[in-house]
Design a protein around this ligand. Sequence first.
Ligand SMILES: NC(=O)c1ccc[n+]([C@@H]2O[C@H](COP(=O)([O-])OP(=O)(O)OC[C@H]3O[C@@H](n4cnc5c(N)ncnc54)[C@H](OP(=O)(O)O)[C@@H]3O)[C@@H](O)[C@H]2O)c1
Length: 318
Amino acid sequence: MLYNRTGNSGLLLPAISLGLWHNFGTTHVHEGKRAIVRRAFELGITHFDLANNYGPPPGSAEDAFGQILREEFAAHRDEMIISTKAGYHMWDGPYGEWGSRKYMIASLNQSLKRLGLDYVDVYYSHRFDPSTPLEETMGALDFAVRSGKALYAGISNYPAAATRKAAAILKKLGTPCLIHQPRFNMLQQEPLKEGVFKAAHESAMGVICFSPLAQGMLTSKYLNGIPEGSRATVGQFLKKDQITAPLVKKVKALNAMAEARAQTLAQMAIAWVLSHKEVTSALIGASRPEQIEDAVGALKTSKFSKVELAQINRVLTQ
Ligand SMILES: NC(=O)c1ccc[n+]([C@@H]2O[C@H](COP(=O)([O-])OP(=O)(O)OC[C@H]3O[C@@H](n4cnc5c(N)ncnc54)[C@H](OP(=O)(O)O)[C@@H]3O)[C@@H](O)[C@H]2O)c1
């Protein structure tokens, strides 16, 4: 594994991190979840990303990960970076979502209970709340760090202007913002185009990109139809109708380029994300341990020539 410095901080994150958004709810058997986490850690993936609402049902991914920590990793806590977030709907009523101090701190307390931990390494505001003063949300992150319930503060899905403002508030409070977590992959490049990378980089933050495989669309999985059991057949977040003929045409062209580079499409997609200088880590998901092995193989052929990058761009903009 390669470990990259997170912005200007002292923290090194693995180039590939594992997220538990899917496949860790009560819908999946415990042994499968444990095997995924175990294989990731064996391969040097020290960073595990959660959120209060991961499941289904919400909270169950943190429950499952807490159980895995107790069963397998009790002796390894200091070798792991565990993050969680709050921002999306978690419980009913006026205090169960967005960015108030009330919600952010109550949710962190709940997450720590589910995880069975005294602290998380990174606590994120999961989304920008336009109705709450940013000073309040950032103040809650600062408080989480000062109270020892989190070691670092992060933001996710924040637009560029809010990113700069959040960083300035946190800096003033004395708890620098460690990291930004946007969605970024070959098919979804908004953070690069809309200045989020630039804002994070200029604010001394690291960047960890979620869904580098576009939920599986940037793998060989959907080249010849939609396989049973794939995320597009079960997922609420990836719909069958997103696997369109024009998409498959693009993905086939990208797959041929990956083959020419002697790597899988998943590996090329991850290497492409990591080729951006602002990016600290690619945050993958996995439904089985073999997918993690495939992902880690991306680090073997991680460089791109200018010609290859131009070729990829041509395919993506066709
Ligand atoms: N901050 C946020 O708002 C936010 C939002 C979304 C995600 N995230 C974080 O980012 C993490 C990753 O997101 P993601 O799961 O969408 O990432 P992703 O890496 O783009 O997609 C992962 C999915 O792709 C498929 N896959 C992975 N490797 C494969 C391979 N080698 N060959 C074929 N298929 C493969 C699997 O789906 P199958 O089930 O089809 O096998 C897997 O579950 C989440 O767990 C979460 O921690 C954060």
